[in-house]
Structure formats: structure tokens, C-alpha cells
Design a protein. Structure first.
Length: 403
């Protein structure tokens, strides 16, 4: 639920820009692109909050859920474009507070199959990305905008209230300490010594470098499909395939990370993604190769978050329970940096591409090259994807003694 709505923002953006506020494209674009960025970056605030106040975890989650619900319902009554920026763009991302503890609690409940359990958690984002665009489209066609947003708001709080009741810690929190007439809970100690290890910085560098290019294919797939006259399936369906295939992708990557060294899983995944860019995308002038690319890319580069738990385990050699929250929050922020730089800002929106995408899109086709290399400029635009993935793979392999 939390990630499904931002993943369907392309449908909402089309309705907002065509039916509600056709003369305010920049404001509508801002409302469309804010949620996913804020969902990624808000971990920087939530990590210390949940670490220092673990006994208030449920309250913080409930507050985040309520604010996000208010944002969804209030967006149904928007009469000006800036109302959407405030409601859907700024209030809805408070839903991160509801979601953030989930991948962290996995470290308390699982050890031998921690990667697979984390893959299950992250697989929900892929399922939402595949299902919600069609759900929102169907609701808009049958019931209109206001009823759609009200229904989404009610469904959001109803389903997540049940889910919140099922989210529980395994390890008990520290009991209150009584001193004289007062009692208090001991504040958890946060040990940042994990930052002194090279494994943490190797992971941070890998996530930063790889995400500089990993979002670009998602961003340009619809336009690329149109340019190559791939209509069955069309670009929207190809994006849905890329999102949907991440469900087994997260599970597979998580399962493999339980059984193999992290560097083996990551390097293999990145190399397969690199080859899919060069061969299936580069020569994909018909629907068949593009479907194959969507599957390979979604199950490899699109699912690398499924390996995060193994990376955290390697980093957190001391077993400090506060480290997973800080490292996953950092991973998410670095992923957000990559999305803004490469231009992910909403792969289902096709809006505001980042500086890398803009610069490369202007280079034009490669003269004399075969396949799509010589017929469209979208191959040049996607070139950072294989370059950054290959570069990050070589970097991580060079740090093999850490992984």
C-alpha cells in the first residue's frame, strides 16, 4: 500500500494535468514527483527517531499512517494544483513512518533465512508497482477522481490498521529504571563504530554508483517502446512487467544472498543487467527483445534491494541492534540521490528527467550502428545504466576481501 500509490502516480498525473489543472504542468509535476523522493529520504529522520524512542514505535507508525490518510482524502477535494503538492506530495510521504520498521524488524526475527525474509518485505513494493496503476485507472474510469481518492484513503487506513497490529518486535525493550520517586527508560546507546569499517563505505559507494543509472530504463521505457513501434505490449505494460517481475526478483536475490557471498550475488546480478542493456535494449527494435529486457532487468537491477539485508549483516559484525536502521536508512537516501540524478522522479510519470538523462538524450543516435543503437537516441540515454552497473561490480569485486 505504501509504495503502490507513488508507483501509480503516472495515472494520477495524467488525470491531474488533463482534467483538473491543465494549465499548471510544473505544479502538477512537483506533486507527482515529491512522494517517492520524500519516501526515500525520510529515513534520515526516522532512523534516529525509531532508534532513540523504540517504545514509541507503534505510536509513530500510527501517526504516520493517519497523516498519510489525511493527505490522500484531502487530495480528493483539491481545487488548486498547489493543494496536491501539500496533500499528496507532502502529507502522504509520512506513510514512511508506517513502513520503515518493517525491514528493520526482520533482523530480530530471522537469521539463517534473513535474506529471503527481507526479499518478501521488499517484494511488496514490486506487487504494488504492478497492480496499483491498473487499480487506479479502473477506479478513475468507473467512479471519477474524488471517489477514487476517497476509496484509496479508506482502503489505506483500513488495510494498514490490520497490518500494524501484526507488526511486532521479537526482542523485549528495556524495562523502566526507578531512581527515587521517578522512573525512566534507559535511552539506547548508538554505536557508530561500524562506520570505521571499510565494508560500510564499500556498500555505500556501490549503492550510489549503481543507482546513478539503474532508474533510467524505467524512466524511458514507454517512450522507447513508442519510438521502436512496440505496441503489443505497449510501454505502460512493459513498465508493469518490470515492476511485477521484481516480486520473484526480490525473493530470488534474498534467497541467494542467504546461501552465497554478497559479492557473488551482486556481481552476477549487475553483469546480467549490464548485458541486457547492451543486447536486449540496444538491439530491441521490436516487442520481443523489450519484454525479455523488462524481465531480465526487473529480476536483476530492479531487485538489488533484496540483497540489502546481507550487506547489513556483513557491515554489522558486532550485532548492534541499532545498526540495521541506520544502514538501511542510508541505503534508501543514496538510492534517492541516484533517482534524482538519473531522473527517476517517477518512472511511470515520464517527467522531469535528471541531468544525466537530459544530457545524453540530446546526443542523438549512434551513426552507422546497428539495431536501435543507430535509429534512436534512447540507447545513448540508457548508456549510464550498464556503465554504472559494470563499474560498481568491478569496484565491489575489488573489495572481495570485505565481502
Amino acid at each position: 500500500m505504501v509504495w503502490g500509490l507513488p508507483f501509480s502516480v503516472g495515472v494520477l498525473h495524467a488525470f491531474w494535468s488533463e482534467s483538473l489543472f491543465p494549465n499548471q504542468p510544473q505544479t502538477v509535476a512537483l506533486a507527482s514527483t515529491l512522494p517517492q523522493g520524500l519516501l526515500l529520504f525520510s529515513g534520515a529522520i526516522l532512523a534516529p527517531l525509531f532508534t532513540l524512542l523504540p517504545w514509541h514505535e507503534k505510536r509513530i507508525q500510527a501517526i504516520g499512517m493517519l497523516i498519510a490518510t489525511v493527505g490522500l482524502i484531502a487530495s480528493a477535494f483539491a481545487t488548486k494544483a498547489w493543494h496536491l503538492v501539500v496533500t499528496f506530495g507532502c502529507l502522504y510521504p509520512f506513510a514512511t513512518a508506517l513502513y520503515f520498521p518493517c525491514p528493520i524488524i526482520v533482523f530480530e526475527w530471522f537469521q539463517a533465512r534473513r535474506g529471503l525474509a527481507s526479499g518478501v518485505v521488499f517484494a511488496g513494493t514490486g506487487a504494488g508497482g504492478a497492480a496499483f496503476p491498473y487499480i487506479v485507472t479502473s477506479l478513475l474510469k468507473q467512479f471519477g477522481y474524488r471517489t477514487t481518492m476517497l476509496a484509496l484513503g479508506i482502503a489505506f487506513i483500513s488495510i494498514n490498521t490490520i497490518a500494524l497490529a501484526l507488526i511486532k518486535r521479537r526482542l523485549p525493550l528495556a524495562a523502566r529504571v526507578t531512581t527515587g520517586r521517578s522512573s525512566r527508560r534507559p535511552r539506547p546507546r548508538i554505536d557508530f563504530s561500524f562506520l570505521a569499517g571499510r565494508a560500510a563505505w564499500a556498500a555505500f559507494a556501490f549503492i550510489t554508483i549503481s543507482n546513478l543509472g539503474s532508474f533510467i530504463p524505467l524512466l524511458w521505457m514507454p517512450s522507447y517502446a513508442t519510438a521502436t513501434h512496440a505496441t503489443r505490449p505497449d510501454g505502460t505494460t512493459l513498465v508493469a512487467i518490470m515492476n511485477g517481475i521484481t516480486v520473484p526478483g526480490f525473493l530470488l536475490n534474498g534467497h541467494l544472498s542467504d546461501r552465497l557471498p554478497a559479492r557473488v550475488v551482486i556481481c552476477t546480478s549487475c553483469l546480467l543487467a549490464t548485458m541486457s542493456c547492451l543486447l536486449l535494449w540496444g538491439y530491441g527494435t521490436s516487442a520481443g527483445p523489450l519484454v525479455a529486457f523488462a524481465i531480465v532487468w526487473g529480476i536483476t537491477a530492479g531487485s538489488t534491494s533484496g540483497i540489502w539485508s546481507k550487506m547489513v549483516t556483513v557491515i554489522n559484525k558486532s550485532g548492534d541492534p541499532s545498526v540495521p536502521a541506520w544502514t538501511i536508512a542510508t541505503f534508501a537516501c543514496l538510492k534517492g540521490v541516484g533517482s534524482l540524478t538519473s531522473g527517476e522522479n517517477g518512472p511511470r510519470v515520464r517527467l522531469t528527467p535528471g541531468p544525466i538523462s537530459n544530457a545524453l538524450l540530446a546526443t542523438g543516435p549512434m551513426k552507422g550502428a546497428g539495431g536501435a543503437f543507430g535509429s534512436t537516441n534512447y540507447v545513448s540515454d540508457v548508456s549510464p545504466a550498464p556503465l554504472t552497473l559494470a563499474g560498481s561490480t568491478l569496484y565491489l569485486h575489488g573489495c572481495h576481501h570485505l565481502w
